[in-house]
Design a protein. Structure first.
Length: 688
């Protein structure tokens, strides 16, 4: 563990460091590169759009020749952290292009030490360094290029290089591809792009000490070939392929993409690496990740619904969410009927997909240390533990900010600080009762009721996820994390009063609070001859079309209904017209009539009706998966879509502690240390 301690010191000193320099998309540089690659140099005049994948030209740090070691890499501690391992090699790359560069653009480059992660690998101790390069034009982020490097232990002289057979394409993959690169083109390209990575060309050190072949391929060219290449299953990239835009089918049709490091034949490998290594794909003009939050690491210390819905939202958008569970697990595992195995209720499954579970007893020193090690590497911490409990454990924002200045600390609380209820416990019905949600039913029906779903949990959880997104955006600009407090009571009070403050908005009030239309006992699905239907004609065109449709055109001239204002003032009468009219025909008859008149109307669905709703079927709302322990399950799709890409890999909701060993290995623990933690109860797998 001495290595882990040394790396932790480097992390504290270097993680989050940002270097900003001013540059430009140099026309002369691009012309020289094009010419040396046997491309038309006149294809890239000033103002022309840069081929999307050529952003890799600008990713490498420049370094003085005197700062470059004999291995061709910058000396540790100059431009890169001083990782205490001697061997370094490229591991992966992820590129996102929210905009597009033009030749001649003035460019601001931000180079950030984004991650330093010690790990245990089959070959021994390694450390993964991630550098994040952001490119801004006029303050707007145009491209983000993340590059991973693996640092390894030294290999004794004379040790034969292991043969890497590569990773075969998965069974049933749509395609797989290998590429054989021209050494001459690689050399030309490498020679004119970066001076921070000296080329190992026919060098004794490269062959004998590092085990490289005669020529080491430049990582930027690897990206260009992978991005710009179309063609057959075993294609040899031509120079023209380096800048031709790829079709979506070329690069998104399978699970793996070519992405090697050495000259010769590339093994099949993913270009991306997060905690789980998502697939990088391309469509149209630029790269896109599997989801907008791909690469964001979230530690989830939440239970029941409000926190899990927040972290599920982040996970659905591509974040790697580690759910930390105490002994016994999240109580939601047991709160709903219908489970097939212990601690796997249907409600838990629905709120915890796309997450991994680690069991930690953070009341034990080793468990708390593992928790803090997770947080030291995380982007976001979401918790609904009460603030006093977090402070006792040293998991409050002030303590964690000292450990990881980039961490975004999102605390979901029942009541905000500064008030008398602060630090009290509460669940959804208590907030519904306090915030006026139950009071709206009282005003409408004469009896206070709760919405028969945990509405305040859902609403506050979504607001928490939204707030995390805002904070992540600000961190891109400032480089530092922040604390977020998301109080359930205040959010729901705002929710209710934004709707029902009404005339009490004015001081003094111009009338009573409450929206009379929404508080009417007839604000509900209305009975037809054979069921129920909801109709909502709001503006004049819709209201007048409704009067024509029900055979009462004279109501268009009725002073009670002539304008939106008068219809609001006479809401009980307007609802009475609707009640009386709808009772005269069947639901199907009214739906056909209202559709022709373009009057907003919809059928009434009970809960089970949603399983067979034709629109939901047409948009693919329901998915069926094979859960590893629960068998065939039904789940909802993520309703919202992003043109830049969505998460494709769906992780099943985990059993308690299912990923404990996996996550501890990622933190640098060896098997003996993990076994010791499991034996002591500081970590656990399952209910026992």
């Amino acid at each position: 563990m001495d290595f882990v301690i040394a790396i932790e010191k480097v992390r504290q000193d270097w993680l989050g460091r940002v270097r900003t320099i001013e540059d430009d998309v140099s026309p002369s540089m691009l012309r020289r590169i094009a010419a040396m690659l046997d491309l038309d140099p006149d294809a890239y005049p000033r103002g022309a759009l840069l081929p999307p994948h050529w952003v890799s030209l600008f990713a490498q740090e420049s370094a003085r020749q005197g700062d470059i070691g004999v291995d061709g890499h910058p000396e540790p501690g100059v431009t890169l952290p001083p990782i205490p391992l001697p061997r370094r090699m490229g591991a992966g790359r992820r590129v996102t292009l929210p905009g597009q560069l033009r030749v001649g653009d003035a460019l601001t480059k931000r180079a950030e030490v984004a991650a330093i992660e010690p790990k245990k690998a089959r070959t021994g101790t390694i450390c993964v360094l991630t550098m994040r390069h952001s490119y801004l034009v006029n303050g707007a982020v145009i491209a983000v290029d993340e590059f991973d490097a693996i640092y390894r232990e030294a290999v004794p002289p004379g040790t034969p290089s292991p043969v890497n057979p590569g990773t075969p394409a998965p069974e049933g993959a749509a395609w797989s591809r290998e590429a054989q690169v021209s050494n001459a083109l690689v050399f030309r390209y490498s020679a004119v792009t970066w001076n921070a990575h000296r080329i190992h060309y026919d060098a004794d050190y490269a062959r004998e000490a590092e085990g490289y072949p005669a020529l080491v391929q430049n990582g930027g060219l690897t990206m260009q070939l992978a991005a710009g290449r179309g063609g057959g299953e075993h294609a040899r990239p031509s120079p023209e392929g380096l800048h031709r835009a790829a079709d979506a089918a070329d690069l998104c049709g399978g699970q793996d993409h070519a992405g090697g490091r050495r000259a010769g034949r590339w093994p099949h490998a993913r270009l991306g690496r997060g905690w789980r290594g998502e697939t990088l794909c391309r469509a149209g003009a630029g790269f896109r990740m599997s989801g907008p939050l791909d690469g964001v690491k979230v530690v989830d210390l939440t239970t029941v619904v409000v926190g899990p819905i927040a972290t599920r939202t982040l996970a659905d958008q591509g974040a790697d969410v580690i759910k930390v569970e105490a002994p016994g697990g999240d109580i939601l595992r047991f709160l709903a009927a219908g489970s097939r195995t212990p601690a796997m209720s249907g409600k838990f499954i629905n709120f915890n997909r796309n997450k991994r579970s680690i069991g930690l007893d953070i009341k034990q020193p080793e468990g708390l240390a593992a928790m803090k090690a997770l947080l030291a590497r995380a982007d976001v911490f979401v918790t609904n533990v009460r603030p006093q409990g977090l402070e006792r454990a040293g998991l409050d924002f002030a303590s964690l900010h000292a450990l990881n200045p980039r961490l975004i600390h999102c605390g979901i609380v029942a009541f905000g600080k500064g008030g008398r209820y602060y630090n009290r416990p509460a669940y959804d019905p208590i907030i519904q009762s306090l915030s006026g949600v139950a009071g709206t039913f009282h005003r409408a029906t004469g009896e206070p009721r709760f919405v028969p779903m945990v509405m305040t949990d859902h609403t506050t959880g979504l607001i928490a996820a939204q707030s995390v997104g805002f904070a992540l955006y600000r961190r891109e600009r400032t480089g530092v994390g922040e604390a977020i407090e998301v109080p359930m009571f205040e959010n729901m009070a705002s929710f209710v009063m934004s709707e029902h403050l009404g005339a009490a908005t004015f001081d003094p009030p111009e009338g009573p609070s409450g929206d009379a239309r929404l508080l009417s006992p007839d604000y509900r699905p209305l009975p037809t001859k054979d069921g129920y239907l909801t109709v909502r004609p709001n503006n004049n065109r819709q209201a007048f079309a409704f009067f024509d449709a029900i055979g009462k055109p004279e109501l268009k001239e009725d002073p009670r209904f002539r304008t939106a204002l008068t219809r609001t003032q006479n809401a009980p009468d307007y609802f009475r017209v609707q009640v009386e009219a709808l009772a005269t025909k069947t639901t199907a008859e009214w739906l056909e009539i209202f559709a022709k008149a373009d009057v907003p109307a919809g059928p009434y669905n009970e809960i089970d009706d949603l399983l067979e709703d034709p629109h939901l079927a047409e948009v693919g709302f329901w998915h069926f998966d094979e859960h590893p322990t629960e068998g065939r399950i039904r789940r909802t799709k993520v309703p919202n879509s992003f043109s830049g890409g969505m998460r494709e890999e769906v992780l099943p909701a985990p059993q308690l502690g299912r990923n404990t060993r996996e996550v501890l290995r990622e933190l640098g623990h060896d098997e003996a240390a993990i076994d010791a933690m499991l034996k002591s109860g500081a970590a656990f797998e399952g209910l026992n």
